[in-house]
Design a protein around this ligand. Structure first.
Ligand code: PHE
Length: 339
């Protein structure tokens, strides 16, 4: 055994290689699983106990020497290589860590995409607004509770300037500035003075829709919303319109969709009703049209407004709203999409 080790050692010390391929062949010959050095390790089992210690040491030395010799040859080859040979054009580039889109952006873009297929274009308005565009023109009476300090953030004690509480403020801006027909979406951030918890935040996102033309009816609204629900949540999705109240629409409704988690059978998410509310809507109140300079005898229209967080929760089952604004990459990394 000792002789074998010695013979191999001398052999290895004399090794030479003139290319990377030859070097690899040497590595396989000596150091791979079935290589000459490894095979000696297998014979180690038969070494008598009293010599095990010494032979073991010799074996380890042999292995280390072999590795060192191959490393030395490798270094030598490397320094003899021309610059062009060293350049490996097949190597993949440094991995670039690509970010992902925020889930709220993904869902917002999907909403926009769905409505753009039926002719809706996009507009945006300011987040810091005056009372007229957020409330007054939208038919909120002066004493309406939505103007209350509890809901609305006011800017610097000036009761006329607020952070918009809904994207309906963009309706009044657009209707005052443009002539019908209008078929538009207004995505954006809105603010309400609420305590932050897993289910409420002091800011969130909405997408508002507005369609003003001659002879627009509630049936048109229902059709557009049904199309949206099926595109967003799947063709078996059902919708349900419940009568509701908003100062700026008449009649008004809230729309539920069949719970897409349990398919309408009832689960904790839909509080065992089989339905989840996703938006408010209605026919634009003639007073609002007139406030914005549109003749309500000629034109009619519908409007709807949905919460982007709500829809995102339904699509991705995010249980805690705060995740959307904490920028935890472990959360954000989970959202990959073409949008
Ligand atoms: N602005 C309403 C809200 O924030 C939603 C809505 C928009 C209702 C348009 C009707 C029409 O709750």
């Amino acid at each position: 055994m000792r002789d074998k080790i010695q013979a191999l050692l001398t052999e290895i010390e004399g090794l030479k290689a003139s290319s990377v391929a030859e070097l690899e062949a040497l590595r396989v010959k000596y150091l791979s699983k079935k290589g000459l050095v490894s095979v000696l390790f297998n014979d180690f089992r038969d070494v008598p106990n009293e010599s095990k210690r010494e032979v073991g040491q010799l074996l380890n030395e042999l292995k280390n020497k072999a590795q060192e010799k191959l490393n030395a040859i490798k270094d030598e080859l490397g320094s003899n290589q021309s610059e062009a040979e060293k350049l490996d054009l097949t190597r993949s580039p440094e991995p670039i860590a690509l970010g992902t889109r925020h889930p709220l952006s993904l869902v917002k873009n999907e909403i926009i995409d769905i409505f753009s297929r039926i002719g809706f274009t996009i507009a945006e308005g300011p987040e810091i607004e005056d009372d007229w565009h957020v409330f007054g023109a939208l038919n909120f009476p002066p004493e309406h509770p939505a103007r209350d300090m509890q809901d609305t953030f006011f800017i610097e004690q000036n009761p006329d300037i607020v952070l918009r509480t809904h994207t309906s403020s963009v309706q009044t801006r657009i209707m005052s500035a443009q002539k019908p027909p209008l078929r538009m979406l207004f995505p954006g951030r809105v603010y309400r003075n609420e305590a932050i918890s897993y289910r409420a935040h002091c800011f969130f996102h909405q997408v508002e829709g507005l369609y003003i033309d001659k002879d627009v009816s509630f049936a048109d609204l229902k059709q557009a919303l049904m199309y949206f629900a099926k595109e967003m949540f799947g063709s078996s999705t059902q919708i349900r319109l419940r009568p509701s109240y908003f100062p700026f629409t008449e009649p008004s409704a809230e729309m539920d969709i069949s719970c897409n988690l349990c398919g309408g059978k009832g689960c904790p998410f839909c509080k065992h009703t089989g339905w989840v509310e996703i938006l408010g809507c209605g026919m634009v109140d003639p007073n609002v049209l007139e406030n914005c300079g549109i003749d309500s005898n000629v034109y009619s229209g519908y409007a709807f407004g949905m919460g982007v967080e709500r829809i995102t929760n339904l699509k991705y089952q995010v249980k805690d709203l705060r995740l959307f604004s904490e920028n935890d990459v472990r959360f954000l990394r989970q959202f990959k999409s073409a949008y």
